[in-house]
Design a protein around this ligand. Structure first.
Ligand code: ADE
Length: 240
């Protein structure tokens, strides 16, 4: 069971993404708890102000630090919680990050808005995470992406555990090609080996196809993937 507490200016954004399908079921089954908190609830002024003009001048507004820190301190469980700021300035989120975070029991995610958060926030968070080298309007979508990727690693969340384990086994390779009925669609046949019933042959074929796909589409991933001697041999053959 992992508990996520999300602090955001826009709690409504989370309703549908977390209220459907696998994430909804995981919460219902007690494998996952997601609580979304409005940053405004942690303000103390009459107008619930969460941002202010930057010292030194310049365009845009900066998110104030007091309500964010009040939220963190309200939700934090000593010795248990990891506090994460979603920001394009953070470390890049990868499958390894998801695996590491899936071992935590309590995560607080702070969604910043695009113009930035008071720099002193760094002293109140454990890490800063970006989901990619592009700028979103805020950290909300990034938080959703992260919750989704972490949640599916919790045992029981994804129906067929095998599919998660298979992804892990495949390491950083792209997935092998998959087919379902019909066997022939407009002259396009399903590869014969998949109909052979020979599981060993199918496994070998899938591994080679995963290597082929990764080599063609994401050679950068292949360079970092843990490969067996047999894989390396296959890659050399594929390159020819
Ligand atoms: N906020 C704005 N852009 C972001 C990104 N790429 N990752 C995480 N948080 C963000």
């Amino acid at each position: 069971m992992i508990r996520f507490d999300i602090i955001t200016l826009f709690p409504q954004m989370f309703v549908s993404p977390f209220g459907e399908s696998i994430i909804k079921r995981a919460q219902h089954n007690g494998l996952l708890q997601i609580e979304v908190h409005s940053l405004r609830d942690y303000t103390e002024d009459k107008h619930h102000i969460t941002d202010d003009a930057p010292f030194g001048g310049g365009p845009g507004m900066v998110m104030k630090i007091e309500p964010i820190v009040k939220g963190i301190e309200h939700l934090k469980k000593p010795g248990e919680t990891r506090v994460i700021l979603m920001t394009p300035q953070g470390a890049l989120f990868t499958q390894e990050t998801a695996e590491r975070l899936s071992t935590c029991s309590h995560l607080i995610l702070i969604c910043g808005r695009y113009e930035g958060v008071d720099e002193r926030i760094q002293f109140f968070v454990d890490e800063e995470i970006s989901i990619g080298d592009y700028i979103l309007t805020g950290g909300e979508l990034a938080a959703m992406v992260m919750v989704d990727a972490v949640a599916r690693l919790i045992p029981g969340v994804v129906g067929e555990r095998d599919s998660v384990l298979e992804d892990t086994f495949a390491g950083s390779l792209l997935k092998y090609p998959q087919y379902t009925r019909p066997r022939n669609f407009r002259g396009l046949d399903v590869p014969e080996v998949l109909l052979s019933g020979d599981h060993e042959k199918i496994m070998k074929w899938r591994r080679t196809e995963a290597l082929k796909k990764t080599l063609g589409k994401r050679p950068d991933l292949l360079a970092r993937a843990p490969l067996s001697d047999e894989d390396k041999h296959s890659v050399e053959e594929l390159k020819k």
